[in-house]
Design a binder for this molecule. Structure first.
Ligand code: ADP
Ligand code: PAZ
Length: 312
């Protein structure tokens, strides 16, 4: 039975970690410690216990949603008098910069792909749909990278709509985090998968009046949530971890920050957080949280301690 009364949060049912872990049922662990090492984001301390207690119940639930959609498709087929061609099951993953969306997305992809029926799963991040820096600069948006208007939303919606409409093969633009810009010479081919995961800051945004947004095409969505001050600290810590690694590469856009003194690097990271990422989080991203099917709530140490599931 779904817990009710206590733990009730508007349209959501809230689970503590202990309650949630029990919902794994018999879902097997298909991940080794080495697999997890390859999926973990920079500075993300996730361990196998978290995979077992949080992600296995989640993978089970997504499997149940996909199976239910199959039954709905059969019902529509019976109504129409002929089979309905399946479309990809689309999962959106949203949340702040530096909250750990990419770890969540890679784990969900791997667990689903190794689960029942071995579905094909494609993971696409929305950064490929950012306008190139030259366009952002022309439009005065260079310090608004990640805001809804910094994306080619028409192209993103066109991509997901075309996959939902049955396109067999599409290509998407590629963002190069090292260059901090769209790679003009690269395209990534996406062949129609059974499951598409779309990960990005703004994927749960609504459309302008009368329009359509990618979130209208989601079959399941996840918001990765944490306190603003905790994410701020994670952003700064990650900036310093990148400074010791990726930024030492001369091709990195941020290479100058590997050379300046730590105080100057900290001032830059703090300003970027405060003036860009925090403003975007508060004004654009956080307001979409309650649109998600499921909210993963992280504590200061990155651990997921609570899960909120939208009532059906
Ligand atoms: N300046 C950067 N250079 C290289 N990689 C980066 C940089 N900033 C972020 N990343 C990497 O890009 C990925 C996505 O980061 P982000 O958009 O902040 O989302 P999240 O932390 O929620 O996964 C992470 O794996 C992160 O380590
Ligand atoms: C590339 C991003 C906008 C994230 O894009 P996403 O894949 O979530 O659409 C973000 O990581 C970023 O670089 N933000 C700009 C501000 C900053 O340098 O932190």
């Amino acid at each position: 039975m779904i817990p009710d009364g206590e733990g009730m949060a508007g349209p959501y049912v809230e689970f503590g970690r202990e309650e949630w872990r029990a919902l794994r049922a018999a879902t097997p662990l298909t991940l080794s410690p080495e697999d997890l090492e390859g999926l973990r984001g920079l500075n993300d301390p996730i361990d196998l216990a978290e995979v077992e207690e949080v992600y296995l119940p989640l993978a089970r639930l997504i499997g149940l949603f996909a199976a239910a959609e199959g039954r709905l498709r059969d019902a529509v087929g019976a109504f129409l008098g002929g089979p309905v061609v399946p479309t990809p099951f689309v999962i959106g993953i949203a949340g702040s910069v530096a909250v750990g969306k990419s770890t969540v997305a890679r784990l969900v992809r791997t667990l689903l792909a190794r689960g029942d029926g071995r579905p094909t799963v494609e993971l696409v991040t929305t950064d490929g749909f950012l306008y190139p820096n030259a366009t952002l600069a022309e439009r005065g948006l260079m310090d608004r990278k990640g805001f809804p208007e910094s994306y080619d939303r028409g192209a993103l919606l066109g991509f997901v709509s075309a996959l939902k409409a049955g396109a067999a093969e599409l290509s998407v633009p590629v963002y190069d985090p090292l260059a901090y810009d769209i790679d003009p010479g690269a395209r990534r081919v996406v062949r129609r998968p059974d499951i598409l995961i779309l990960e990005g800051l703004n994927v749960l945004q609504t459309a302008r009046p009368g329009g359509l947004a990618v979130s209208d095409l989601f079959d399941f969505s996840i918001y990765v949530d944490a306190r603003v001050n905790d994410v701020r600290q994670w952003y700064i810590d990650r900036f310093f971890a990148l400074r010791r690694t990726v930024f030492t590469d001369e091709r990195s856009f941020f290479h100058p920050y590997a050379q300046v003194d730590p105080d100057e690097a900290a001032a830059y990271a703090e300003r970027t957080w405060r003036e860009t990422n925090e403003v975007n989080l508060v004004a654009n991203i956080l307001p979409t949280r309650d649109r998600a099917t499921l909210v993963l709530c992280k504590d200061r140490d990155h651990r997921i301690t609570r899960v909120r599931l939208r009532r059906i």
